[in-house]
Design a protein around this ligand. Structure first.
Ligand SMILES: [Zn+2]
Length: 153
């Protein structure tokens, strides 16, 4: 039960009814639980947001040259990657295996392969085209601005 002072008659009244039990003036009902919940939500948003900005949207760690080479070997062993040409920045993949990956995984694969090409060339611009090895159709691209495009096939 909340006791408040009525703004009009200044009597101490309950605020559970929405009006003053003495003079009938409308009084906003403030529910303690709703109020506390709101405060908690605001506090958690304020405290969590910087963490999300710091860790959630952080650029993924760039592979070292050795890691990139190891990564390419692993993709070949997994029979996803058929061949990769660092001169033309083209990676030929098995469409069947490629289609098993989610969009986010495809983006990560493309980014890592673009890193591999940039190491091979000694050239900092990272980009790649992912092609279906059978049809030569472009399945995805990762451009020098870091924008990933996944094409329907
Ligand atoms: Zn009143």
């Amino acid at each position: 039960m909340n006791i408040i002072v009525c703004p009009k008659c200044e009597k101490r009244v309950q605020n559970d009814y929405g009006y003053c039990t003495n003079c009938g003036t409308k009084i906003k009902v403030i529910n303690d639980k709703v109020f506390l919940t709101l405060i908690l939500i605001i506090i958690s948003v304020i405290s969590v947001t910087p963490l999300i900005i710091k860790y959630g949207f952080k650029e993924p760690k760039k592979l070292t040259r050795l890691e990139a080479e190891d990564y390419v070997e692993r993709l070949i062993r997994k029979e996803l990657l058929i061949k990769i040409d660092a001169v033309t920045n083209k990676a030929h993949v098995s469409l069947m295996v490629w289609s098993l990956f989610s969009k986010n995984q495809k983006e990560e694969i493309s980014r890592n392969l673009s890193v591999y090409c940039s190491y091979k060339k000694g050239f900092d611009h990272k980009f790649i085209s992912i092609l279906d090895t059978k049809t030569n159709r472009v399945l995805a691209t990762y451009d020098i601005k870091g924008k990933f495009k996944n094409f329907k096939y």
